[in-house]
Structures are given as C-alpha cells and as structure tokens.
Design a protein around this ligand. Structure first.
Ligand code: UT7
Length: 336
C-alpha cells in the first residue's frame, strides 16, 4: 500500500493594515533606518492597532481565506492546531477561539508554544494525525500579535517584531508528495536568553512586575543570534545529506524570518543561493509563529508538485528544527 503523507493543500495569510516604518520607530526609540536595515534587514512591520482585536482575529482572517481558496467547508475540518506565543488569553486555547469565530464545529484542537518554532512544531505534530489516518483535514495556524508584548521603549527588541497570521490545510496524499521527514530539537537551558519574565506561574503579575516592565520580551540578542545561525544550519544540512538534496535539486529554503544575517548565514552553510530562499522579513519583520506560513503564502504561486522544500526554524526555548517537504500542488492555480 502506498505510504500516506500529510500534504499541504492550501495556504492562507493575513497581516493587519497598519504599517510601522523604521522612520516612525526612530521617533519612538533611539534607532535609525540605516542601523535596522544593516543589522536586521527589516524595513517595516504590520501592527494590529484596532482595539479589542487579538491574535485569534488575525488567525480567523487567514483561516477563512484558506477555506475559501480550497473550497472547504468549516464542517469538514476535524482538527486545528494553533502555534502561538501570544494567545488571546492564558486559557482557553486560541485554537478554540479561532474554531468558534470561523464556525468549525466538528474539530478538536489546541495551542502549541515552541517560541518562534511554534508553526513548524505544530505542522510536524499535525502531520502525525494525518499520516495515522485518524484525521483527514487538519488546519495548522501560526499567528502572533507580537506588538502586545513588545516594549516600544526598548530599541533592542522593538525593531524586530511584527504581527500576522498564516494557515495551511493538511490532507492525506499517497502520490509521494507531502511532508517527508523532520529533525526537531529543544534545549531548555537556552530559556534564559529569550523569554517573558513575568505573567506565568513563576512570577505572576503584580504592580512590581508591571513597573519593572517584565511582561515584555526579554532577549539577549547575541547568544540567540549565535545559536540560531549554528542550529538552523546544522539540522538543515543534515536533512539535505539524508536525502541527497543539492542546492540544484532544492526549490526553496523557507527559513524563520528573524534576522536577514541569520537567514543568509544559514543559506550559505547549506550552499544555497539567496535566490532560492523565501524572504518576507523586510516587509513583515519577525512575526514569530507566522513567519513560515506567511512565506509560503507569498511564494505559493511559484510552487509546483514535487518541488523540494526545506523549512528551517529556530526560536525561544531554545527550540529548532528542519522539515523536508515535497510540495503537493500547483500553487499558480490560486494566483490572482
Ligand atoms: O526569532 C527569535 C529568535 N531571535 C533572533 O533570532 C534574534 C537574534 N539576534 C539578533 O538578531 C541580533 O542580535 C539583534 C538584531 C537583536 C541585535 O544585533 P547585534 O548586531 O547583535 O547588536 P548588539 O546587540 O550587539 O548591539 C550592538 C550595538 C550596541 O551598542 P554598543 O554597546 O556597541 O554601543 C547596541 O546598544 O548596537 C546598539 N543597538 C542599536 N543601535 C541602534 C542595539 N539596538 C539598536 C538599535 N538601533 N535598534
């Protein structure tokens, strides 16, 4: 019997309309367009400004678009996993809220938090349900309202992050295309370099934690940078070797969009030219769980069945990994 693989059969995406440019950010903190472009490679990022709107609202937009594109009814969805670090609330899960807003009534689901690697960890987890035959139409969402935890007084972190959401539909395929393999890792000793100090059970919210600005992102940029460059490349090179993939036979590398220099260093270690690297960082920044599905959304029209794609990720935790996918459909069929 032909092996069942979980194949991506559609991609939806959403970024909120408001654009925060480097020029505007330079009026908020001591920074400049030149510094941000040279050190990070971000020109602008989209921010969800509307009052009363949260991560689930952006995710709902992405999922609705995905369902419309793929001509799928919400009733057909039997599972939804949401990769997220900025859930609407500590509980219940944002996945439940998305299902309610979209009208998905016959599914189970949950949130998965692996820092910036949340989407890829969710994709790999969801693929097991599809491969086992227990679930046939599974949505994987990556969504984050990073502006809700960014300190716009901190020049070290405020240029980096943006808001957005992306979603993919996974279905069982037996033609050899789909998710082929993944190499995933965590190392919790890295948690000290990138985290949110307060708001969890270790340090619940108090007046003091608020005064100390401990509900915002805390990041030591340099160690995170070094780990990201080495780990993302390590697992991706291993994946290429495992399947005898070469820069010529690879269609695209899809790296987490944290820093242009990290992306370029990873591609270089893999021997892959930047023309084969999906990049959205300049216009969306680091949308955390949404970077990878937003890349797939932007480049979908260029993808054809059988295309070899490597997705690489690194994030807080530390959590990182690489996934090899053989693309399953002609993305140009959805081109507007
Ligand atoms: O997605 C989750 C994973 N996260 C990441 O992958 C982020 C990884 N880290 C990075 O991308 C980089 O480390 C940063 C972009 C965060 C920082 O870049 P860097 O080249 O490592 O800069 P740095 O922190 O070493 O700072 C260099 C200098 C410092 O000044 P001094 O001490 O040399 O005088 C900083 O104060 O740059 C200064 N600086 C800035 N200057 C202008 C830091 N941020 C800014 C800024 N504008 N926004």
């Amino acid at each position: 019997m032909a092996q069942v693989r979980a194949a991506i059969t559609g991609v939806g995406g959403y970024v909120p309309p408001y654009i925060l440019t480097n020029e505007e950010l330079s009026k908020m903190v001591d920074t400049s367009d030149e510094w941000i472009m040279e050190r990070i490679g971000i020109k602008e990022r989209h921010i969800l400004l509307e009052d009363g709107k949260a991560t689930s609202d952006m995710a709902t937009e992405a999922v609705n678009q995905l369902l419309e594109k793929t001509n799928t009814s919400p009733d057909e969805i039997d599972m939804l996993i949401c990769g997220v670090v900025t859930p609407d609330m500590q509980f219940p899960a944002t996945a439940n809220i998305i299902c309610d807003k979209v009208g998905i009534k016959n599914a189970f689901g949950y949130d998965l938090n692996a820092g910036c690697s949340s989407f890829l960890f969710s994709l790999v987890t969801a693929s097991k349900f599809v491969e086992s035959g227990s679930h046939r139409k599974v949505i994987v969402v990556g969504a984050d309202k990073m502006s809700s935890i960014v300190d716009y007084n901190d020049r070290n972190t405020s240029p980096i992050f943006g808001d957005g959401a992306g979603a993919v539909l996974l279905e069982p395929y037996t033609d050899g295309n789909g998710l082929i393999d993944s190499i995933m890792h965590v190392d919790g000793s890295g948690r000290h370099h990138l985290h949110q100090v307060a708001g969890g059970s270790l340090k619940p919210a108090t007046f003091e934690t608020i005064l100390k600005r401990q509900h915002f992102i805390y990041q030591e940029g340099q160690p995170v940078f070094k780990w990201a460059v080495s780990k993302m490349a390590d697992v991706s090179v291993r994946m290429m070797e495992r399947y005898n993939l070469t820069p010529e036979t690879l269609k695209y590398l899809v790296p987490h969009q944290a820093n242009m220099r990290i992306i370029e260093a990873t591609a270089k270690r893999m021997g892959v030219g930047t023309d084969k690297v999906m990049m959205t960082i300049a216009k969306y920044g680091n949308t955390t769980s949404a970077t990878i599905p937003l890349c797939l959304w932007e480049y979908e029209k260029e993808l054809k069945p059988g295309d070899n794609i490597i997705i690489a990720t690194f994030g807080a935790g530390f959590a990182w990994g690489s996934t090899y996918i053989k693309w399953a459909y002609d993305g140009s069929k959805y081109a507007k």
